[in-house]
Design a protein around this ligand. Sequence first.
Ligand SMILES: CC(C)(COP(=O)(O)OP(=O)(O)OC[C@H]1O[C@@H](n2cnc3c(N)ncnc32)[C@H](O)[C@@H]1OP(=O)(O)O)[C@@H](O)C(=O)NCCC(=O)NCCS
Length: 131
Amino acid sequence: MAPSDPTQTPLGMLALRTIAMPADANANGDIFGGWVLGQMDLAGSVAAGQRARSRIATVAVEAMTFHKPINIGDLVTGYATVAKTGRTSIHIHVVIVATRRLTHEEVRVTEGTFIYVAIDDEGKPRPVPPA
Ligand SMILES: CC(C)(COP(=O)(O)OP(=O)(O)OC[C@H]1O[C@@H](n2cnc3c(N)ncnc32)[C@H](O)[C@@H]1OP(=O)(O)O)[C@@H](O)C(=O)NCCC(=O)NCCS
């Protein structure tokens, strides 16, 4: 799958696919931003969990941009890339591509950086293992 603008940064690993449903829409009939954020957090958590090889917790979200709306019925695909790691933190860049229901046009709709912390069984930060 290619982004609508091929000059943009790579999409990353496929981390999530779902369909935007009427219950996820706001009063304008577009998909609610909070729902999109939740899907992005799920997509990012897949990559962060694989990198951490442990439990993780979302600690912050940075640089969120909603480029275009998601419509009811769009196929919503989440891609995730490990942007950087710290001692206990993992920064994941998440891109959402919407495939329009009737035209099948692929549109890069949203992106942002989700920061996760590797945690132990007590919920305390633990070091990220070597890659
Ligand atoms: C995640 C959590 C365990 C971290 O505990 P903490 O005591 O704040 O840990 P620290 O201060 O040592 O920070 C841990 C790492 O997160 C980073 N971090 C913490 N707050 C951050 C922020 N606002 N933005 C960016 N990075 C942040 C720190 O820089 C550190 O990174 P490093 O080890 O790579 O240098 C704790 O904050 C927590 O439980 N938060 C709630 C998580 C949650 O409920 N998320 C939603 C559901 S998953």
